[in-house]
Design a protein around this ligand. Sequence first.
Ligand code: 13P
Ligand code: SF4
Length: 306
Amino acid sequence: MAKKVVTLAHYYTTPEIQQMADKVGDSLELSLFARDAEADIIVFAGVRFMAETAKILNPQATVILPDRGSTCSLVEQTDVAQLKAWRESHPDHVHVSYINSSAEHKALSDWIVTSRNVDDIIASLYADGKKVIFSPDRNMGAYLNFQYGYDMPLWSAVCEVHDKFNEDALNAGFAEAGDKMHYLIAHPESPLPVLKRADYVGSTSGMLNWVKQYDREADGVIFVATEDGILYNMKQARPDLDIRQAPIYAGCQCNSCPYMKLNTIEAVKRAQQGEGIRIDYLSEAQMDAARLPIERMLEFSQRYYA
Ligand code: 13P
Ligand code: SF4
């Protein structure tokens, strides 16, 4: 019997890849979809930590990442031995880790969060009187500390894509919009000075929903501080709006994730035939340890977003 193949794609992949997918979404949606997929093979057109999460949540399925190089700078900038020592130096804290982390990293965490639920999960921990350390994204942690007055010790890694957004380029972009009203929506992996200027901060899905529901000036200009792939979804949803990527330096409106863009049509087609990087290198013990904090998050999310 033919094997059932399900293809998942993140919003940061190109329009052609998104059109090849059964489901397009943010990290949380794709994790839930992978967990519930009744598939023999899950092709994950995203990056490695997403494919690893899919395998951890659906260990019966064969999970294939189209390209070996699809990593994430937040994973690459985190040395797990150093992280372990840092975690052990805060024995009275709850360790909350962003899903953009390796399976080993997740296994050293009490909670996993995505950009979709990070605010609510950390708020609930503080409401319970807990002390929290946050890894690996320094920008996201700095934003949470600023926004809610927390004092979380932070691990120091950044997304090389979002970290390029900056106030000077933003001011230049706003100036180009002239007299029109301009808005900024931003992913929380962006630097704090940019996030402080944002009208909305949230996940890829959150930003997409903000655009879908936009009901302000018809000629307003919406600047988007995140990876350029999702501009396709936004323009498709609202072709009537002037949606621009936030510039990263004067005149430049381009900011792509090199790892997401390794999901080429050829690589995804090969993966759908069963070729590519099989996520088969995690031991049962590693998967069990990483699954615990992920499931905690999924349970919380379902309770709150169902
Ligand atoms: P989302 O969970 O918001 O889709 O973000 C994933 C990601 O890698 C952002 O850089
Ligand atoms: Fe990682 Fe940044 Fe690429 Fe997202 S955009 S996958 S955080 S490198």
